[in-house]
Design a protein around this ligand. Structure first.
Ligand code: ARG
Ligand code: ZN
Length: 496
């Protein structure tokens, strides 16, 4: 091949070309939404974030949060302006060091207009200075910032980021994070990844957390309060950091007896899903009153309620399974939620079998038999449930049933190769249900369109599963597996 050597003059001309800003004529505002049909306003168009640097300070007494977000991004079109999703009060925005104009629009849009338009392909640094009381801010009439007696927690799905940092709030734009938070001495700040360092000055302690692998915005979490932090390393070598509110009362023992199993369960799941994808694992249990758990990356959020009926390793397995199915490989659009919840629920079934509390087949038979054909359960299509049914029970239970049907169709060898291959195939990326079907067909060598359609996309009860026909299952109800109550305790209706 003929190589051309660029003369210094040509190089200078090339870099000059790069420095020329987009002309006002070709540039246009970035879209206020990233194009997800479930949530048209979520995320934004025209740029892609690679890193969030959040330097924050929080006062638990008043719920005042202030800070500076430094966002590294790349313009994906010629941009005259772009949006960030955010609810707190902004005092200054700089783009490439230069003060930018900003205004509010819609329910949660911060519209930023740089002094000069940004050319497609340009790397930009956006600095946002802000402050506010997150518990006083709402969008669409709701607020997911959980105030606690000793602080607050940001953890919800799909909406959590708006209350604590400006972002491109959609799982398809993943980025790394440095989260540094100063809190009054005696209060702890918990976030994702590794606690790189802490420092103390004039009554304030600063916690510096680092997430060095791509992370979706809804998987970023922040907990501020009085916590007992425990650290350990799993037998397989994964560092574990857990935190427990000092006010868990009667749930304290059961919470610890569950979440302290994290290292063991991460190692156990690695046997099915491959090496743990992140630099640390763990969870935290704050003194919130919510009912759900959430797979916040490396640092799972658990509500104390999950442990109100005693310890529950099943919920820990569910949230840790998401570290591979949901966090490492994230959904492309919110319609792809089955890849998250169907597989996290299936991991609970595998754990049940491991514990001798019911096999995956028994659990599948039980779910199939428990819902008669006219049960609205079957009208939910796990492969595209719609925003109102995104966290419907059917996404989980019918979703896991679909996984079992797939396993029975392709056989254990192909199935377990698939389970382990998927996180490798799309490591740190995004994928859809269609991508999964394609990959399953590739690994198994079988056409699977009919199977996926029957179990994930038809609004009706499949006629038969395994050897049981629908008619028979109505008369002969399968017995409830021993693990059922614990698996069920993971369920929670979507808060809004
Ligand atoms: N992904 C979570 C889980 O299955 C569900 C969160 C539901 N969200 C909510 N606000 N209830 O573990
Ligand atoms: Zn889940």
């Amino acid at each position: 091949m003929h190589r051309r050597i660029l003369a210094p003059g040509a190089l200078a001309a090339a870099s000059l070309l790069l420095a020329i800003p987009a002309s006002a004529a070709s540039s246009a505002p970035g879209a206020p939404g990233i194009g997800d049909p479930y949530y048209p306003q979520y995320g934004n168009g025209g740029y892609d974030v690679s890193h969030y640097d959040l330097r924050l300070q929080y006062q638990p007494k008043t719920d005042e949060l202030q800070g500076t977000a430094t966002i590294l991004a790349k313009a994906t079109q010629d941009l005259s302006s772009f949006d960030l999703d955010f609810l707190l009060d902004v005092s200054e925005v700089r783009v490439g060091g230069v003060k930018a104009a900003f205004t509010r629009s819609g329910e949660h849009e911060l519209v930023v207009t740089p002094k000069t338009p940004l050319a497609k392909g340009t790397q930009v640094t956006v600095v946002v200075r802000y402050s506010g009381v997150p518990s006083t801010k709402s969008a669409y009439g709701f607020n997911t910032w959980h105030r606690t007696p000793d602080g607050a927690v940001a953890a919800d799905e799909p909406e959590a980021a708006w209350w604590w940092f400006p972002s491109n709030d959609h799982p398809s734009d993943k980025a790394t994070y440095d989260v540094s938070v100063a809190v009054p001495d005696g209060t702890q700040a918990i976030s994702n990844g590794t606690l790189a360092s802490t420092s103390s000055k004039l009554g304030w302690t600063r916690y510096n957390w680092r997430q060095d692998k791509p992370q979706a915005t809804y998987l970023a979490t922040l907990a501020l309060g009085r916590f007992d932090i425990t650290t350990s390393t799993s037998e397989g070598g994964v560092p574990v950091v857990n935190a427990y509110s000092k006010d868990l009362g009667a749930n304290d023992g059961a919470a610890r007896a569950s979440v302290e199993r994290t290292g063991e369960l991460v190692d156990w799941l690695s046997g099915y899903f491959g090496p743990y994808p992140f630099s640390s694992a763990g969870g935290y249990v704050p003194n919130t009153t919510t009912g759900y758990a959430l797979e916040t990356q490396t640092r799972v959020y658990y509500s104390p309620k999950q442990f109100a009926a005693g310890s529950n390793t099943s919920v820990v397995v569910h949230e840790l399974a998401h570290q591979w199915y949901g966090d490492d490989v994230s959904l492309k659009g919110w319609k792809d939620i089955w890849i998250n919840e169907g597989f996290a629920r299936y991991a609970q079934w595998l754990w049940s079998e491991h514990e001798g509390e019911g096999t995956t087949r028994e659990l599948a038979d039980y779910v199939y038999a428990s819902h008669p054909a006219d049960d609205p359960f079957w009208t939910v299509k796990p492969g595209d449930p719609g925003p109102d049914a995104q966290f419907d029970l059917a996404v989980y239970d019918r979703g896991a049933l679909a996984v079992q049907a797939l396993r029975e169709k392709i056989g254990d060898d192909a199935f377990f190769a698939l389970l382990k291959g998927w996180p490798k195939e799309h490591a740190y990326g995004n994928a859809s249900v269609a991508d999964f079907q394609k990959y399953a067909e590739q690994v198994s060598g079988k056409p699977l369109a009919a199977l996926f359609d029957t179990w994930l996309f038809q609004p009706s009860k499949p006629e038969a599963r395994g050897s049981a026909s629908s008619a028979r299952s109505l008369t002969a109800k399968a017995a409830q597996p021993k693990s059922w109550k614990k698996i069920e305790a993971t369920n929670d209706v979507h808060a809004h």
